[in-house]
Ligand binder design. Sequence first.
Ligand SMILES: [Zn+2]
Length: 264
Amino acid sequence: MKKITTLTTIALASILLTACVEQPNAKEEATTHTKHATAHHKHWGYSGDVAPAHWSALDDKFHMCSEGKEQSPIDVVATKDVELAPLSISYGQGSKSIINNGHTVQVNIKGGDTLTINGEAYELKQFHFHTPSENHVNGKSFPLEAHFVHATKDGKLAVIAVMFEEGTENPTLNKIVKSFPLEKNKEAKLEFSKEYLDVVMPPKRDYYHFMGSLTTPPCSEQVNWFVLKQPQTASAEQIAAIHKEIGMNNNRPVQASNGRSIEK
Ligand SMILES: [Zn+2]
């Protein structure tokens, strides 16, 4: 039976979709960074003064990063064995662009691809990568994790996470890797048809479900997470190429699950 938590209505989508976008002009940012950092939202990152442990101190708007009780990522260990409904996915419109926003490499979707949860359509907005993985599964980390980010019109969020282990080369990732190097904060054309469906839809679509948060500031909660159990494969070269393009480890450390329900 369906055991998907009903979400409260929070306009998170715009936050999520802009949270990663830094100053659009890298040159301008370099010269005026200090001014901007105090005037606008704070620069955040994965090391030094702006590392995850400091996120909540960087900006009042980031308070959930330290105060939240259902933060992501987590070590996914199932607490509840239920009969989860199959993921209801209708993808195929394709992508329009790719961007290195300084935090990740992100593929933007044309629109119209949906994940349906309890009769409500969540539209796929983008997918992006973390090296190494953010979520762990039963204590295990993976070298690469993809997040497929969906939002309803009123801003409810759902993320499908796909783990990659090192192995056979992945044709979809090849198309992404071929677009490297990317100019930072500048969208480049990348027209996928629906190949990314193969990444998110391995032959077995079983998943873990739990409630969590954005893994980047402002760390907003009430995000429906679906972590696919079956990892995909990527070659060592592909994983290295994505890591090199991102330029760092961009994984927030695992957060306390605080007894939350993790369904399998
Ligand atoms: Zn992510």
